[in-house]
Design a protein around this ligand. Structure first.
Ligand SMILES: Nc1ncnc2c1ncn2[C@@H]1O[C@H](COP(=O)(O)OP(=O)(O)O)[C@@H](O)[C@H]1O
Ligand SMILES: [Mg+2]
Length: 448
């Protein structure tokens, strides 16, 4: 015969329940339930207040793991309490931010989703810390729970301004004590190749950011002020594949410049070329000075907030505008970015490639554009694809931005076609793509 304690555990193993549900399922009165719960203080998590109180089982045994503190770092580098996360059995989470009463989620709460990085850096992160944290060194073996656990232990430098867990916070203070050495502008050509080599050999951690392009963090001395950068790099070897990656990094720089020239915000970047290697250095918009941080949230996390599917940027713009989360001018900019991306062969229009800056509690401003380059030309499994660019079909939903985005895309291809840092073969492709857009421009137009 199961005891009432065992029955209670069994009920809560699947999901959180209210007192009313539990008294009914267990066939006991409210006072008996209270006594039962009080007799298991370390086993049961009590959430919410009054009638909304509910009960669950923590994902991990042991008191210290149950409630994970979450901190925010401000623009000066000072730390503030941001909330508390309680992972529960059954895949639910109780999330209590300092400014709210607490909420039950059936998935990782959206404000924290961007802290779970993926891609190149996540694989290196798993390899570097798997052993120390008694996890597999292979990211493919990790569950979301493993990543959350690792982030609460080694997540001192995640995108945005949040830090999960006391151990990660302690490591943030270690970073403050022993910050990255400032790199002088004229030392970049010697420092960057070394940092790239150390990143690839996993001697140092890559920047704790998502994305597939290898990248490291650097802090530049910009006229006496520290400036935090993310630096993407091409392979140091001389091969067709390495050349293509270098060409695409140069294109990313040109695309960010073109976006800015068209009157939109984009991350500030610079190219550093040395030997066979190309470095794209991008100023971080979620960092200030040596230690300051600013909040950012990805389009993906915002979609988790409104529980909408991650489909395409144009639909996302309309949806967020309708929800009142973004302003009309930013919705237009996002449509513009989608069209521009279509027309420069940027197939990487996933929801991690757009971010927003929180502005008040319920509105968001579009963050500077980043990560935009003609990805259709990326090497696949070591091979250079002979993909022909075809101008995208006209999209009626974003029609008003079309002519402007096409002008900018033509400018982009043109600037790449004459940029002597790009290989002759790829410049020819850029030239042809520009011509194709010109032909489309001269064809039938959309007047709706
Ligand atoms: N300038 C920036 N400031 C702050 N965060 C950035 C910046 N650029 C990119 N990021 C963050 O880094 C992640 C990876 O950058 P991205 O340019 O998309 O790299 P990749 O080309 O590898 O996909 C993005 O998803 C975003 O979270
Ligand atoms: Mg990306």
């Amino acid at each position: 015969m199961q005891t009432k304690q065992q029955q209670l555990r069994q009920l809560l193993a699947d999901r959180v329940m209210t007192a009313r549900e539990l008294t009914r399922e267990l066939g006991i009165s409210q006072p008996t339930l209270s006594r039962l719960i009080n007799s298991m203080p370390h086993d049961i998590v009590v959430m919410g207040k009054g009638r909304a109180t509910c009960y669950g089982l923590p994902q991990k045994g042991g008191q210290e793991q149950v409630r994970i503190p979450v901190y925010s770092i401000d623009a000066k580098g000072d730390v503030h309490k941001f909330g508390q996360l309680t992972p529960l059995l059954g895949g639910q989470y109780w999330w209590q931010s300092v400014s709210s009463a607490g909420e039950l989620f059936h998935y990782l709460p959206w404000p924290l989703q961007d802290l779970l990085i993926n891609g190149y850096s996540a694989r290196a992160f798993a390899h570097r810390y798997g052993d120390q944290l008694k996890l597999s060194p292979r990211l493919t073996d990790w569950t979301e729970e493993n990543m959350l656990f690792a982030t609460s232990r080694r997540g001192e430098d995640r995108p945005g301004n949040l830090i999960i867990g006391d151990e990660s916070l302690a490591r943030y203070f270690d970073l403050v004590q022993d910050p990255l050495e400032l790199i002088e502008l004229n030392a970049r050509t010697t420092e960057y190749p070394q940092l790239a080599a150390r990143t690839l050999s996993r001697e140092i951690s890559p920047a704790q950011l998502s994305g597939e392009q290898p990248k490291f963090s650097a802090c530049l001395n910009e006229r006496g002020s520290p400036c935090q950068m993310l630096v993407k790099f091409s392979p140091a070897v001389d091969s067709k594949e390495a050349r293509r990656y270098a060409d695409l990094l140069i294109c990313e720089h040109l695309a960010l410049e073109t976006i800015r020239m068209a009157g939109h915000n984009s991350a500030r970047s610079r190219l550093v070329m040395t030997g066979n290697q190309t470095f794209l250095c991008i100023k971080r918009f979620d960092r200030r000075g040596a230690f300051g941080r600013l909040p950012v949230i990805s389009l993906r996390a915002l979609h988790a907030r409104i529980q909408a599917p991650c489909d395409d940027w144009v639909s996302a713009a309309g949806r967020l505008l309708k929800e009142g989360l973004i302003r009309p001018d930013d919705a237009k900019k996002l449509c513009w970015l989608a069209l521009f991306s279509d027309m420069i062969g940027n197939s990487n229009q996933h929801f991690g490639n757009i971010s927003f800056l929180p502005h008040g509690k319920n509105t968001y401003l579009l963050a500077p554009a980043y990560g935009i380059r003609p990805t259709i030309y990326e090497p696949v499994a070591g091979e250079i694809p002979a993909r022909l660019f075809t101008p995208p079909p006209l999209r009626k939903e974003a029609g008003t931005e079309l002519a402007d985005a096409r002008q900018a895309a033509m400018l982009f291809w043109k600037s790449a076609a004459i940029d002597e840092r790009i290989s002759a073969g790829f410049r020819q492709i850029c030239f042809e793509n520009c011509e194709m857009l010109q032909m489309q421009e001269q064809g039938p137009k959309l007047h709706i």
